[in-house]
Design a protein. Structure first.
Lengths: 113, 112
């Protein structure tokens, strides 16, 4: 499955580091999303971009900074994270935004030490 | 806000038997209900979805039924196979915004 790709697949970072997660979709979609998946919890929506414009910010702390240079690429810039930010970060895309037919990438497993 | 609950949290079935997972939601204006399958270490995969103007949808061995009055929808897997073992997430659209509310997931184990 190569429709939505994410790099890196695994990342270990200290609380003072700065790193970035990358997502790329090859489906011709116009909307992209960042989700956080923690054990025993429902998926949490973080950000939504529709036609490169941010349309949703689900009260995410400023230590997470998204960037969407075009409809195919999405980044999540990380700085001064906390250990509780350790989780699987999933990128998704859909044709027109909204809740319909979202396709996920494989995720980045982030560990904050 | 929308509250999505899944039952049971874990389901074990013998290979060849059927599995049913039920999801309840609270927002009567929800109009889109997808099911995702996530195998260990892999991405959530959209396997079937249903809109509120339809009561049932089927795709080979999987089907989804929707009861809008009772505000629940169910995933049915027939003739289960070991590769059906995974965590299944249901979700419901949240009226008034473009979000999905997800359930916590059901672990389905198919016993060979």
């Amino acid at each position: 499955e190569t429709g939505v790709t994410q790099t890196p697949r695994h990342l270990v970072m200290g609380m003072t580091n700065k790193k970035s997660l990358k997502c790329e979709q090859h489906l011709g979609h116009n909307a992209m999303y960042w989700y956080k998946q923690s054990a025993k919890k429902p998926l949490e929506l973080m950000f939504v971009y529709n036609f490169k414009e941010q349309t949703e910010n689900n009260s995410v702390p400023s230590r997470f900074s998204p960037e969407c240079p075009n409809s195919s690429h999405l980044f999540l810039h990380l700085h001064t994270l906390q250990p509780e930010d350790s989780a699987l970060y999933l990128c998704a895309s859909s044709q027109f935004g909204g809740p319909y037919e979202q396709y996920f990438g494989p995720g980045t497993r982030l560990t904050v030490t | 806000g929308e509250n999505v609950e899944q039952h049971p949290s874990t389901l074990s079935v013998q290979e060849g038997d059927s599995a049913v997972i039920k999801c309840t939601y609270s927002d009567s204006a929800s109009n889109y209900f997808p099911w995702y399958k996530q195998e260990l270490g892999k991405r959530p995969q959209l396997i079937i979805d249903i809109r509120s103007n339809v009561g049932e949808k089927k795709d080979q061995r999987i089907a989804v039924t929707l009861n809008k009055t009772a505000k629940h929808f169910s995933l049915h897997i027939t003739e289960t196979q070991p590769e059906d073992s995974a965590v299944y997430f249901c979700a419901a659209s949240i009226s008034g915004n473009n979000r999905l509310a997800f359930g916590k997931g059901n672990q389905v184990v198919v016993i060979p």
